[in-house]
Write a protein that binds this ligand. Structure first.
Ligand code: HEM
Length: 471
């Protein structure tokens, strides 16, 4: 794993530093070859760094107040950047990719799906799915943790979205989406990448065919639900039955079928890979820090008893007692935030810290970078969950930590993700100690999400009280 030099302390100035790069391509080759290395190198140069990609400018921000400016204080001056726009052919006008006023309306209609009582009901689905999945694991087995967690989180989001009774269709949708994601070349981001993509006609046809299969499945589910008119208590019911009380006429109150499809697909895609990645890196870090792992085991054992004879399954009510588990998950997302960078496009002229941001320029923000600022995070590369002890947390400025973004585009699934992360981490750590396979060297694969390149091979060690904790 690459260790980075610490980032310098916040300097006050009003002119951007230029990251020149190649005379013609600018920073593009450096970012193509090693996106995270280039990002860290650029961030080390100053508070606001102007990057040139061909003839387009992008400003890299790293300080919490600048991040807050873009995401909260002056969010109206920005739209989603090229990276997320590249997902529009699949996700349409879903929450992740749409813009106001449509986004504002859709968010209002979908928000109830993430209210506290709804989330509590999903906890049971999560712990039951974890139990089913862990029943397929065996002491001494070697497996790809990233792949396993992707499968588990996909089953969970499918059950929470579509209700367990339709798990056959949910599995079909899951498979169709996986195929589609694999077809998507996430390196083709930005206007040029999108143009190249459009010229590849064979790929376009294949992608459209698969999208059609997926659409048929989703539209059938939406129509069946709408005809039934019954609330199943899942996400699909919220979307299908949602009514916009502020709509100008009764006819406009329901979400159109097309928008319902876009939202279902968005929640399905945004709702599993990020959590799977966060947990994969969490177990990777635990394997390097046995003293942290021992404290985590002590917490889950105190709650559930001897791993050989667990007293019961975890539930929503256990979350307050899983405090150290929460800190571990939070600290892993500090070091390896699944959504490692996000871009915005200035739709109006703006000014950040005295620097003019011209309309049409891009702005880049990266939790990966900000989460390593030394004046906010001493010894930034060290994995130390107690940084998230409540008395420490409130000492840091807002946006020193933002794995879920912020402002009106903050992750809608955040409460779900925290609960899922805590419950899955505790359920797995209670039963197994995960050892990273000998000789494995983790490498970052920064696509839209921060995946481990070549997966994450681990060896399972069933825990029993007599031999834990192991170093
Ligand atoms: C550890 C897990 C997760 C992480 C790190 C994460 C991260 C993020 C981030 C950073 C954004 C904002 C992107 C931007 O501003 O450009 C976002 C948006 C979003 N996320 Fe998550 N997410 C996670 C889990 C989930 C889950 C479980 C769901 C759904 C069940 C979900 C659904 C969404 C949606 C729909 C949006 C768009 C929100 C909007 O713009 O209104 N995410 N997520």
């Amino acid at each position: 794993m690459t260790m980075h030099e610490a980032l310098p302390v916040h300097s006050q100035f009003t002119r951007p530093v230029n990251f020149s790069g190649h005379w013609l391509w600018g920073a593009a080759p450096a970012f193509n070859a090693d996106p995270i290395g280039a990002l860290m190198a650029a961030a080390r140069m100053g508070r606001i760094v102007r990057l040139r990609f061909f003839n387009a400018s992008a400003y890299l921000l790293r300080e919490p107040e600048d991040v807050k400016h873009v995401l909260v204080d002056n969010h109206r001056a920005y739209h989603k950047g090229y990276g997320l726009q590249a997902l529009k052919p699949i996700l349409g006008e879903g929450l992740l990719t749409s813009e106001p006023p449509l986004h504002t309306r859709q968010r209002r209609m979908i928000q109830p799906a993430f209210h506290r009582q709804r989330i509590a009901a999903y906890a049971d689905i999560i712990t039951r799915s974890a139990e089913d999945h862990l029943a397929t694991w065996q002491d001494g087995a070697r497996l790809d943790l990233h792949e396993e967690l992707m499968r588990l989180t996909m089953v969970i989001v499918a059950r929470c979205l579509f209700d367990v009774d339709v798990s056959r269709e949910a599995a079909q949708v899951g498979r169709a989406i996986t195929d589609l994601i694999q077809m998507f070349d996430f390196n083709r981001i930005g206007p040029l990448g999108q143009l190249i993509d459009r010229l590849d006609l064979r790929k376009q046809r294949e992608r459209n065919r698969r999208l059609q299969v997926l659409d048929d499945l989703i539209y059938t589910m939406i129509r069946t639900r709408r005809a039934e008119g019954i609330d199943h208590g899942d996400l699909l019911s919220t979307i299908v039955l949602a009514q916009d009380e502020e709509a100008p006429s009764i006819a406009d109150r329901h979400m159109s079928e097309r928008l319902a499809r876009d939202e279902v697909l968005t929640l399905f895609i945004a709702g599993h890979e990020t959590t799977a990645i966060a947990l994969t890196w969490t177990f990777y870090l635990l394997a390097q820090y046995p003293e942290v792992e021992a404290k985590l085991h002590a917490e889950v054992d105190a709650l559930l008893g001897d791993p050989r004879h667990p007293r019961r399954r975890l539930s929503w009510h256990d979350l307050p007692a899983l405090e150290y588990t929460r800190r571990v998950f939070a600290e892993a997302m500090r070091l390896y935030p699944p959504a490692w960078a996000t871009g915005r496009l200035a739709v109006a002229n703006d000014e950040i810290g005295g620097v003019s941001i011209e309309k049409g320029a891009s702005v880049l923000i990266s939790p990966y970078v900000t989460h390593r600022l030394e004046h906010l995070w001493p010894e930034p590369e060290r994995f130390e969950p107690d940084r998230f002890a409540p008395e420490e947390e409130h000492l840091r400025p807002k946006f020193a930590y933002f794995p879920f973004g912020g402002g009106p585009r903050r992750c809608i699934g955040e409460p779900f993700a925290w609960m899922e992360g805590q419950l899955l981490l505790a359920a797995i750590a209670h039963r197994y100690q995960l050892q990273v396979a000998p000789g494995y060297v983790a490498e970052l694969d920064p696509q839209i999400t921060l995946r481990p390149r070549h997966g994450m091979p681990v060896i399972l060690k069933q825990r029993n009280k007599a031999r834990v904790p192991e170093g």
